[in-house]
Design a protein around this ligand. Structure first.
Ligand SMILES: Cc1cc2nc3c(=O)[nH]c(=O)nc-3n(C[C@H](O)[C@H](O)[C@H](O)COP(=O)(O)OP(=O)(O)OC[C@H]3O[C@@H](n4cnc5c(N)ncnc54)[C@H](O)[C@@H]3O)c2cc1C
Length: 639
């Protein structure tokens, strides 16, 4: 540990994965049964991994904090899942998908991992189809596709606006099969509170039973975190409100490096905040930009209803600024462009913090039925929330926190810097650089879980076959349990007046104002100070009703917010360190004359992997230099 070794296999990019799989160490079926693996998380990455590892014959223990694995946040994914099938014969290929992701991520991702993600994408679609996921089909019965931002091909497979739900149900059915067979033991309503490391290796976790408050020890030969992203760090975001970073953060404090924490995606098409009491924002899928046109009035402070504004007085600002990609520019670009128009006074709606997403032309051309077939449930959702019928009037949209490209640092095998600890799906930093392209997260999460991890984990476990079942009666488990209990007691004993949610809301506001879509040095430093002050107030005035020995959702929240106070500081440190703009990380000091991100490849073409050194001590920065052998680093342009 300490030094980064990304373990990228030798050889040409297109052959690395094939070669790796052919030479990786295997575990024979009899030994697999004796090896226990903990998988924390049941989203697309966790449920895929748990079911695939169970199918292989390992003894799997699968954890989630929801009452059922099928309620993992992945269920919310709407628009689609990418694959390089080239069904449209529009020039797609594994290489093009890889290239789009590298460029989309603004050249801050590791080539070998990204290529592999593109390579296994086709298997993911075949697998889901075999599981019965009802992907949309065209008239001839072939799987249909649509386009997402940052690409010029149509490679996104979808199930209306419920792709995540349908894919998760597929994962869930294969997971249930393994539960029934006894290969996977399911632990719902459990929250991982700490990682247990013995002799430098991940050997288990400490959990809290969220219904009874009981603290439990679970041992295993390897631990896989599939715990999702930390977009709720902004409080208001498109994520499920309970999404959090605590599992990853606890692993970080036990030695797993945290990579690029400041790379956070702000999604351009969300229903704008309606009032102060809101606890979450709703996404309107990027797929809508296939047919919806984004515009604002050409006149400042124009208060006319959208339908009364004539064509020549509308500014289709994405089409104007980016004629090549138009409304399908990547998310970071679209979000900043919307913010720029609103900041300049052209926003619409009461708050003026919104732009129009208009389907008038698409409905006129394709008919209402065609639009309904593609986006019906999204239109319904929008109408329920806002009272506005998007078949009749444009939707109003504004950017919101959505996805975290940053996460636990992993090598090519998806192992963190703690041997035996893996991170998959959104919880790792691996494939999306500084900006994720739409529909590539489900692709990565399912690819990691079904096809990558089951291959790479055997390379580690092959050397563990002589290690007997991990006992939880030892000092490492006792110490981790003691620390978890002490932390709960500390939270419970503050006995102040303010709720965890009220602190989270204030923390999120600081993050949004100073560490959101655009950042600058003064603002980042100010945010650091404000967050430290707020954290001190939290530890003096937090109120948690009830006790720790029962169902106590206020306690659950408080623990997660306490971790966010720590993670935000690392996130800001990372944003301050990266004196360039790349992808979603936009430092105002580093921009081109026309307001685009200005990278500094000389000094920052690296992954920033941060090592924890103790409470209140500065993190140590480790740099993984990014070498581009297949792709030339260019200025990213969608004009
Ligand atoms: C509204 C919305 C729409 C989206 N649409 C798309 C889309 O169309 N296409 C696309 O590619 N991507 C989309 N995304 C992104 C995508 O949904 C996520 O990145 C992806 O689903 C993450 O999957 P995951 O398996 O990594 O984690 P998650 O689905 O977030 O699952 C995390 C799991 O970890 C468990 N967990 C976390 N912490 C703990 C703990 N401490 N103890 C125990 N269990 C824990 C949870 O219980 C849960 O089971 C969307 C995101 C949002 C917010």
């Amino acid at each position: 540990m300490g030094k980064l070794n990304s373990k990228i296999p030798d050889g040409p990019l297109a052959q690395k994965w094939t070669k790796y799989k052919a030479s990786v160490k295997l575990v024979n079926p009899a030994n697999k049964k004796k090896l226990e693996i903990i998988v924390v998380g049941t989203g697309l990455s966790g449920a895929s991994a748990a079911s695939a590892l169970g199918e292989l014959g390992y003894s799997v223990k699968n954890f989630c904090y929801q009452d059922s694995p099928r309620r993992a946040h992945s269920v919310a994914a709407q628009g689609g899942i990418n694959a390089a099938k080239n069904y449209q014969n529009d020039g797609d290929s594994v290489y093009r998908l890889f290239y789009d992701m590298i460029k989309g991520g603004d050249y801050r991702a590791r080539e070998a991992n990204v290529y592999r993600a593109a390579e296994v994408s086709n298997q993911v679609i075949d697998h889901y189809t075999a599981l019965g996921v009802p992907f949309a089909r065209d008239y001839g019965g072939t799987l249909d596709t649509r386009s997402f931002g940052g690409v010029q091909v149509s490679r996104t497979f979808y199930a209306k606006g419920q792709t995540g739900q349908q894919c998760l149900l597929g994962c869930y059915s294969s997971l249930n099969r393994q539960i029934k067979k006894g290969n996977v033991k399911m632990f719902p309503r459990r929250e991982m509170l700490d990682l247990v490391v013995i002799d430098g290796k991940a050997r288990g976790i400490i959990t809290r039973n969220l219904l009874t408050g009981e603290i439990e020890r679970h041992g295993a030969h390897a631990v896989v975190l599939a715990t999702g992203g930390y977009g709720t760090i902004y409080y208001l975001s498109t994520l499920a409100v309970n999404s959090n970073a605590s599992a990853a953060w606890k692993a970080h404090k036990k030695g797993a490096f945290f990579a690029n924490p400041s790379f956070v995606q702000i999604h351009p098409t969300c229903v704008p905040q309606l009032n102060e009491f809101q606890s979450k924002l709703t996404l309107m899928s990027e797929s809508l930009r296939n047919d919806g046109r984004v515009w604002v009035p050409k006149t400042k402070d124009d208060t006319r209803p959208a339908n009364n504004i004539p064509e020549e007085e509308r500014d289709y600002f994405l089409e104007r600024r980016y004629p090549t990609f138009g409304n399908l520019v990547p998310r970071d670009v679209a979000s900043r462009a919307a913010k720029e128009r609103c900041d300049a006074g052209y926003g619409v709606g009461e708050t003026k913090l919104a732009v129009n997403l208009d389907f008038r032309d698409a409905i006129n051309k394709q008919g209402k039925k065609a639009i309904e077939n593609k986006y019906g449930n999204l239109f319904e959702m929008y109408k329920t929330i806002t009272g506005i019928d998007p078949y009749e009037e444009p939707m109003r949209i504004y950017p919101a926190g959505h996805y975290t490209m940053g996460g636990l640092w992993v090598d090519y095998e998806l192992m963190t810097t703690i041997p035996g600890l893996y991170a998959i799906g959104e919880s790792n930093f691996s494939d999306h650089g500084a900006n994720r392209l739409g529909a590539s997260s489900l692709m990565q999460a399912a690819g990691d879980g079904y096809f990558v991890l089951p291959n790479t984990i055997s390379n580690y476990l092959a050397d563990e076959i002589r290690i007997p079942k991990i006992s939880t009666d030892n000092s490492e488990f006792a110490e981790a349990e003691k620390a978890a209990v002490e932390r709960i007691n500390k939270l419970m004993s503050v006995k102040g007046k303010q709720t965890a949610a009220s602190f989270h809301k204030r923390l999120g506001k600081i993050m949004w104002d100073y560490v959101g879509m655009t950042r600058n040095e003064a603002g980042l430093k100010k945010a650091l100070d404000m967050i430290r002050e707020l954290r001190d107030e939290f530890w003096k005035d937090l109120n948690i009703p009830g006790t720790a020995n029962e169902l106590n959702m206020e306690l659950d929240k408080a623990g997660r917010v306490a971790d966010y106070f720590e993670l935000t500081q690392l996130l800001i440190t990372d944003a301050l360190n990266r004196k360039e703009s790349c992808g979603a990380h936009f430092r105002e000091e580093y921009q081109t004359p026309d307001g685009e991100a200005l990278r500094n490849d000389e000094e920052f073409a690296y992954v920033a992997a941060w090592e924890y050194t103790g409470e209140e001590k500065p993190h140590i920065l480790h740099k993984e230099d990014l070498k581009f052998e297949e792709v030339e680093m260019k200025v990213r342009s969608y004009k």
